[in-house]
Design a protein around this ligand. Structure first.
Ligand SMILES: [Zn+2]
Length: 127
């Protein structure tokens, strides 16, 4: 059987990510992803103290507001590459099960999703 991993995300939330990434460019945008519903649909962006930092790998985990609604993270790459670096993958393992990376030109189709192991997963956009 082929494993068909997929995450669900609200279009509005993905659009907010794109908007935020544009606003902080050329710095990296960093936030946590939240889900306030049983189906684990990503519908919330949790802005962290590190949101306007310039390196994803420098996020201080003890500053982050972890609670049950946090499902993972999102950050931007100020380039046309939306694949995780090795530092990103180490961070993913510690920070939830769903991780998004957005790259230029910062729109919904330039967002890629990964699991905690850094493997790509499909994004299903929910209205
Ligand atoms: Zn990265």
């Amino acid at each position: 059987m082929k494993e068909n991993k997929k995450i669900l995300a609200k279009r509005k939330t993905l659009e907010s990510i794109a908007e935020a990434a544009k606003n902080v460019f050329p710095n990296e945008f960093i936030a946590l992803l939240g889900s306030k519903n049983k189906n684990s649909i990503i519908d919330e962006l949790v802005v962290t103290p590190a949101t306007f930092g310039d390196s994803f790998s420098s996020v201080y985990l003890d500053l982050l507001p972890f609670d049950k609604s946090i499902v993972g993270s999102v950050h931007s790459h100020p380039s046309d590459n939306n694949w995780p670096s090795s530092a990103d993958k180490r961070f993913f393992k510690k920070t939830g099960k769903i991780h998004l990376i957005i790259c230029l030109p910062f729109n919904i189709s330039s967002i890629r999703a990964f699991d905690a192991e850094g493997k790509e997963v499909e994004i299903e956009v929910v209205e």
